[in-house]
Design a protein around this ligand. Structure first.
Ligand SMILES: *[C@@H]1O[C@H](CO)[C@@H](O)[C@H](O)[C@H]1NC(C)=O
Ligand SMILES: *[C@@H]1O[C@H](CO)[C@@H](O)[C@H](O)[C@H]1NC(C)=O
Length: 187
């Protein structure tokens, strides 16, 4: 059996070569709530039933405190909420200490940027996915949360999912999730 950690990369390689069936790409615009789906494949039949929560204005996983995110039309296509721009580089956010490759990577966060160094982050989706799933960086389309379903009032960290030869799948006690861009500017 193929190690599961390889799946995102192989799928992505296939997707990049597909002709522009640009449905998901066309949808990754405007303003949206970001739903967190506990799935390990983009084509999971139960994707929309696998929701565990959504992202709040500070960029954290909650049960139902779903903030409105907006994507800048121009490069680098940052996302922002009413709190500010979103980034995985705020050193004050918790690090994913359980992950071998993600242990020095802070959780997502949206706000007024502090006095820390930061490179430009961009957010995009892949061609031909069934839904507009949020991707960032070097084809990072899966994310990593602790294996906990949020309850009302929780605000839990969400990290990018990293893997490699020493850790081919999501680390124990965590779930690999996707972020669904659910547009609100069409409602
Ligand atoms: C999330 O997905 C994992 C892996 O498929 C599964 O073991 C777990 O039960 C799921 N959690 C929920 C709340 O559905
Ligand atoms: C937010 O991001 C946009 C796009 O990258 C940038 O033009 C703007 O200066 C950023 N705002 C802040 C407060 O950093």
């Amino acid at each position: 059996m193929m190690p599961q950690g390889l799946l995102p990369t192989i799928l992505s390689a296939l997707l990049w070569t597909q002709a522009a069936r640009a449905d998901s790409v066309d949808e990754f615009v405007g303003s949206a709530r970001i739903q967190v789906l506990n799935i390990t494949s983009f084509w999971d039949d139960g994707a929309l039933d696998s929701r565990i929560g959504c992202i709040n204005a500070a960029g954290m996983l909650t049960l139902d405190d779903c903030a409105v995110f907006t994507r800048f039309d121009a490069s680098p296509n940052t996302l922002y909420t009413k709190a500010g721009n979103c980034t995985f580089q705020n050193p004050n956010m918790p690090m994913n200490t359980d992950s071998i490759y993600g242990q020095n990577t802070p959780a997502w966060w949206c706000g007024e940027r502090g006095d820390w160094p930061m490179y430009e982050e961009w957010y995009y989706t892949l061609n031909g996915q069934p839904y507009p799933f949020v991707c960032t960086g070097n084809i990072r389309c899966f994310f990593d949360v602790k294996a906990v379903v949020p309850v009302a009032g929780d605000a839990l960290p969400i990290w990018t999912y990293f893997w490699g030869s020493q850790q081919m799948d999501i680390e124990a006690g965590h779930w690999r999730v996707t972020l669904l861009w659910e547009r609100v500017d069409k409602e």
